[in-house]
Design a protein around this ligand. Structure first.
Ligand code: AMP
Length: 125
């Protein structure tokens, strides 16, 4: 089921549980503002999810309500993970799904980081 961005944050969503350590994940990076872990169903040779630690449903929510420090910390974490994974020279792709048309399934903001090979066209059929 896709996310309704108008709904309040659900503290029982799966990424909230991962952030609280109630569900395991394959961690790539963690700092004060963000957690990065491997996607459970990878769509590319490298498929990492980066989530902010704060309770934000989507990019819409985050960009409107997060503090400057949270926004800066999250954006820097995404860039850091890409560099740490050695993705910069050959390039990579960032993707954020927001709401129904975006196909967002988990109602906690996450950025998909894809890399490790050519990624094909930007949007499938
Ligand atoms: P989205 O459609 O943008 O909401 O993407 C949700 C992503 O979360 C999908 O790529 C899933 O494969 C991934 N996912 C769901 N549950 C887990 C989990 N427990 N650990 C890692 N990735 C997950």
């Amino acid at each position: 089921m896709t996310v309704d961005p108008a709904k309040p944050y659900d503290p029982d969503n799966i990424f909230a549980k991962i952030l609280r350590g109630e569900i395991p994940c394959n961690t790539v990076y963690e700092d004060e503002h963000a957690l990065a872990f491997h996607d459970i169903n990878p769509q590319a040779p490298v498929h990492i999810l980066v989530v902010p630690k704060g309770a934000y449903v989507s990019w819409d929510d985050f960009s409107a309500s997060a503090s400057e420090a949270e926004i800066a910390g999250f954006v820097r974490a995404v860039g850091h993970v890409a560099r740490e994974q050695g993705l910069v020279v050959r390039g990579y792709r960032l993707l954020g799904n927001i709401g129904r048309n975006g196909g967002q399934e988990v109602p906690h903001l996450h950025i998909h980081l894809f890399g490790g090979g050519p990624l094909g066209p930007m949007l499938a059929g």
